[in-house]
Design a protein around this ligand. Structure first.
Ligand code: CAA
Length: 398
């Protein structure tokens, strides 16, 4: 039987980061609260010439440079984001131009808070499995800049980045299971961002409860669907959760373990084995909203793809508001060697550490970033896609 899933993936992050310990000192908070209490390490900070389009383009450029990835085979581009740059023109249209993709291509953006990327991935999977792809591949990109108002509890959980995934038949990394998934939706006011704001508004404690309720609901449906498909919901070797901050993944695993009838000791023991390897990248980058689950998957594959070949991985995606989905995939034979070649963590190295003043200056300038006059291209690093500003109201990219 033909398989469909994630063939290759690539990450992009802004070139600067802030240590959460520096932020803690500046905010008069014990550093251990951000590090142990929230499970954070570094948060990626986007500069004025970096936006969700440039991050997506950088991840996609890296993906398209992967051996065996054929740009001409792409017939569907879906960009999941909750920090779009325009109310009408999708990031996918900018990417189509920046990447020089075929004109016979459906390109659009999906939004449902952090769930938007998963909506794109599962739609791409259905497009392939239904035969509509007609032998072509889908490019699914999750890109976001997570911003909370300075000094609020969400501030240490900010982050930014993008994940680009090639989704196709006979994938080299992870075969997904079309039709076998558990969704859960409920209208809640846990986290949102009104049209006139760049910073999200969040009811933190409620958001944690909503996430856990959604996990329970989505998992129960997935387990039922898995049994109907003659599968075993207990055969997951690893579990990747949406990671708004590292501690949330731990809370998620504890909650799921409890629902599965495991005691606290078993929850801790399985957390170390089944979840921890997926949390390294997010501790370096922070919340990437739509991309967070896929940074977790990338982190897991980077650490363990070789030993996971042939094994099943569970994936949980949560979008505030809310919609969630639990689904699973099997790591493909040969994934270990392929992932070593991909060097997924490369973009996280070679970044610049910001001081608190520089970070706050970037954040203060956020409000003007989208309306500034386009800069001269010569001022910009030629190795990255850059947002130069606007010219006649149009966004200009180099
Ligand atoms: N040393 C070690 N730990 C410490 C500490 C110290 N000195 N001081 C406090 N802590 C611990 C607390 O005990 C607590 O641990 P537990 O959660 O295990 O009880 C933890 O640090 C957090 O402390 P608080 O309970 O005081 O919480 P807070 O006011 O710092 O807020 C938050 C935490 C609600 C997550 C906040 O960061 C926030 O609003 N974040 C944004 C919203 C969010 O990420 N929600 C997650 C679910 S919604 C979602 O997933 C969608 C999305 O991407 C946004």
């Amino acid at each position: 039987m033909e398989s469909f899933g994630i063939d290759a993936l690539a990450l992009a992050v802004p070139r600067s980061f802030l240590e959460v310990t520096d932020l803690a000192v500046a905010r008069g908070v014990a550093p251990s609260k951000f590090v142990e209490g929230l499970g954070m390490g570094r948060i990626a900070i986007a500069s004025a010439d970096e936006d969700p389009v440039t991050l997506a383009a950088d991840a996609a450029r890296r993906l398209l440079a992967t051996p065996g990835v054929d740009k001409e085979s792409i017939g569907l581009v879906i960009v999941g984001t909750e920090t779009a740059v325009d109310h009408s023109k999708p990031i996918a249209a900018y990417l189509h131009g920046l990447l020089g993709l075929p004109s016979r291509c459906r390109v659009y953006e999906t939004k449902h808070a952090c769930f938007g990327g998963t909506a794109g991935l599962l739609t791409a999977l259905d497009w392939l499995a239904s035969g509509s792809g007609r032998g072509r591949a889908a490019l699914v990109i999750c890109t976001d800049i997570a911003r909370y108002t300075l000094g609020t509890p969400g501030e240490p959980t900010q982050g930014a980045g993008a994940v680009a995934m090639l989704v196709k038949a006979s994938p080299r990394l992870l075969a997904l299971e079309p039709g076998v998934s558990g969704s859960f939706a409920r209208d809640v006011a846990d986290f949102w961002r009104p049209l006139d704001r760049k910073d999200a508004i969040v009811d933190g404690a409620l958001s944690v409860r909503c996430y856990l309720d959604a996990l329970g609901g989505a998992y129960a449906t997935w387990a039922e669907e898995t049994r109907k498909a003659s599968g075993n919901p207990d055969d997951l070797a690893r579990r990747c959760y949406h990671v708004p901050y590292g501690k949330m993944a731990k809370k998620a695993h504890q909650h799921l373990s409890e629902l599965r009838g495991l005691d606290a000791a078993a929850a801790e023991e399985t957390f170390q084995r089944e979840v921890k390897p997926s949390l390294r990248f997010s501790a370096e980058v922070g919340n990437v909203y739509t991309g967070s689950l896929y940074f977790a998957l990338a982190s897991l594959l980077d650490a363990e793809a070789g030993e996971l070949e042939g094994k099943r991985v569970g994936l949980f995606s949560y979008g505030s508001g809310s919609c969630a989905e639990f689904f699973a995939g099997t790591v493909e034979p040969g994934a270990g060697a392929f992932v070593r070649m991909l060097d997924l963590g490369a973009p996280l190295r070679d970044r610049t550490r910001l001081g608190i003043e520089a970070y706050e200056a970037i954040r203060r300038a956020d409000a003007q970033v989208d309306t500034r006059d386009a800069a001269t291209p010569s001022a910009i690093d030629a190795n990255r896609v850059a947002f130069l500003g606007v010219d006649g109201g149009r966004r200009v990219y180099q």
